[in-house]
Design a binder for this molecule. Structure first.
Ligand code: C5P
Length: 243
């Protein structure tokens, strides 16, 4: 068997050259980091669960007409995705105050925000992913005005759709982070949803108890980290009830 060429290793995933041109294999690791790598650890089984959770959510999103990079799951830890040119932005949507907005604005954690807030962060580890303005994005050509219109439209639709889907399984979608890419077809570029959607990049709270079912359990040393990821997968019927 020929060894695949590694393209990139990130904090939670490794990207390999895919079997056909224009494809990439996304491998999900159990490694977890917080505070831009300041805290490191392992969440046993996280890669397997995130591969499945992200497959499920990306497929559902594709079904409502939003293009994604997802092609198919290959095995327990790998999925085939379309090769895209990643737009160097993290798009965060917030429905309820938690995390960095609580610190930045002195809000109370759990405060329902008046409407979903969309924020942009530059993907740059050396600068700690700074919050940026839309004016910076277009001025520095990280994305065009048209691309940003499409990204924000997709992002708000994904927020509405996922909020409803998760509410149905007793989970409140507090906030999440998305990444988008450019997919080239016939010399035209199209915006597609990329990366992953999992408890690593979303905040999920149990609707009844408010219990955190996401990576905050690792970030804040709350314990029962693996169990939280399993619970999300169970509620989405990705793993059986008895697990
Ligand atoms: O830390 P903060 O409150 O800004 O995070 C907002 C949302 O974005 C959270 O759901 C968090 O998991 C996600 N996020 C991420 N990757 C980052 C920063 C935030 O997935 N580098």
């Amino acid at each position: 068997m020929t060894r695949r060429r590694q393209i990139y290793e990130g904090k939670a995933k490794i990207l390999y050259e895919g079997p056909e041109p224009g494809t990439i294999v996304q491998y999900f690791k159990d490694d977890a980091t917080a505070g831009n790598g300041a805290k490191k650890g392992t969440i046993t089984g996280k890669g397997v669960l995130n591969n499945r959770i992200s497959e499920y959510l990306m497929t559902q999103i594709e079904d409502i007409g939003i293009p994604t990079h997802f092609v198919r799951r290959l095995n327990m830890r790998e999925q085939l995705v379309k090769a895209v040119e990643i737009i160097p932005l993290e798009i965060v949507v917030r429905n309820v105050a938690a995390g960095s907005i609580v610190k930045r604005l002195g809000l109370e954690e759990g405060l329902r925000l008046p409407r979903p807030l969309v924020e942009y962060y530059l993907k740059n580890d050396d600068l700690n992913d700074p919050l940026v303005l839309e004016d910076y994005i277009t001025a520095f050509n990280w994305a065009t005005v048209q691309e940003m219109d499409e990204i924000v439209t997709y992002t708000l639709r994904i927020n509405d759709f996922l909020s409803g889907l998760l509410l149905g399984v007793g989970i409140k979608l507090i906030d999440f982070k998305l990444e988008f890419g450019r997919f080239w077809k016939d010399d035209e570029s199209h915006i597609v949803l990329a990366d992953e959607i999992s408890p690593d990049n979303c905040r999920f709270w149990d609707i009844e108890s408010g219990e955190k079912l996401d990576k905050d359990r690792f970030r804040r040393d709350l314990g029962k980290v693996e169990e939280a990821y399993q619970e999300v997968a169970r509620r989405l019927k990705i793993i059986p009830e008895s697990n």
